[in-house]
Structures are given as structure tokens and as C-alpha cells.
Design a protein around this ligand. Structure first.
Ligand code: ADP
Length: 150
């Protein structure tokens, strides 16, 4: 059974994330969407809210499960018997950042990272930019697959 973990903050989920999941789903038997919970990181939305949105979008897909995790991503993958990690790449900065993490995850846990290049339509999307729009009262309706209210 081929299991992949797609880890992220999903603070909030957006259409770029959804695209990555839809494109990767045919490659795996099981895909775990893993919402990171890091005590040192400040999130705009609660863990429960972030999990709830993922359930709204992917809850009916039998191959997808939705979980929260803390600690090392490689440890979480081992616990779930997942040999693959999925990460999205929007630009060369993503690549530079992700490269070292992927190399470490392979060293730490033998986890293979599968990189997916974002489509040009979704490349400018990031949760950071969305949070800025949201807190300043702008609309993100066209950019996210759920209804987001503060
Ligand atoms: P993290 O805090 O782990 O970066 P994010 O929720 O911001 O969590 O992103 C989760 C994953 O989704 C990362 O691999 C990131 O590169 C990818 N991603 C984010 N935005 C996009 C996008 N617009 N297109 C493709 N992948 C994306």
C-alpha cells in the first residue's frame, strides 16, 4: 500500500493546496493531509478550524484522511507507514527551502519527497498573502475552496 503524507499549516487551505491533492491522488493508495501543530508558530485559525475546512473539501474522498500532528514530520510518516511526502513548489525560493528539508527527511526516515510544480494560475497563492487579505477585510472567495469567516 502506497501511503503519502501532505503536511502543511493550511492556515487557511486554498486552491493551490487543493490542486496538489487532486493531482497526486491517482499516484497513491492513501493520502494523509497532516495539519501541523507547532507551539512556536502563530496561526491565524485554530487547529480545529483548519481541520474542519480540510474535512469539508476532502471528507468524501475515501483515499484521503485528515489528521493533526506535532513533532518531526519524518516521525509522523513512520508512525503511519508512509514512505512518501508531498510538497508543492511555486518558485525557486520554495525549491531552495524545500530541498534541504527533503534531504533531511530522507536521511532521518528514508522518506521520499515528491515535488509538484504549481500551475501558473495558482503559483501566486500563499496562505500568508490570504491571511493578510482576510485580516484587512478583503475577499478571498475566488481563491479558496471553502467559506472563510473570521
Ligand atoms: P507550510 O507551513 O508547511 O509551508 P502551507 O500550508 O503553507 O504549509 O503549505 C503546505 C504545502 O503546500 C507546501 O508544500 C507548500 O509549498 C504547498 N503550497 C502552498 N501554496 C501552494 C501553491 N499556491 N501551489 C502549490 N503548492 C502550494
Amino acid at each position: 500500500m502506497k501511503t503519502a503524507v501532505f503536511p502543511g499549516s493550511f492556515d487557511p487551505i486554498h486552491n493551490g493546496h487543493r490542486e496538489i491533492v487532486e493531482r497526486m491522488l491517482p499516484l497513491f493508495d492513501k493520502l494523509i493531509m497532516a495539519v501541523g501543530v507547532n507551539a512556536d508558530k502563530k496561526y491565524l485559525f485554530t487547529t480545529e478550524q483548519r481541520l474542519q475546512w480540510l474535512k469539508e473539501v476532502f471528507g468524501n474522498e475515501p483515499k484521503i484522511s485528515i489528521e493533526q500532528y506535532s513533532g518531526l514530520t519524518a516521525d509522523f510518516c513512520k508512525k503511519r507507514n508512509a514512505a512518501y511526502l508531498i510538497r508543492g513548489l511555486r518558485n525557486s525560493s520554495d525549491f531552495e527551502f524545500e530541498k534541504a528539508i527533503a534531504q533531511m527527511n530522507r536521511k532521518l526516515g528514508g522518506i521520499e519527497t515528491v515535488f509538484v510544480i504549481s500551475s501558473p494560475e495558482h503559483a501566486p497563492l500563499s496562505s500568508t498573502i490570504l491571511r493578510d487579505i482576510i485580516v484587512n477585510g478583503g475577499s478571498v472567495n475566488d481563491l479558496v475552496p471553502v467559506k472563510i469567516t473570521m
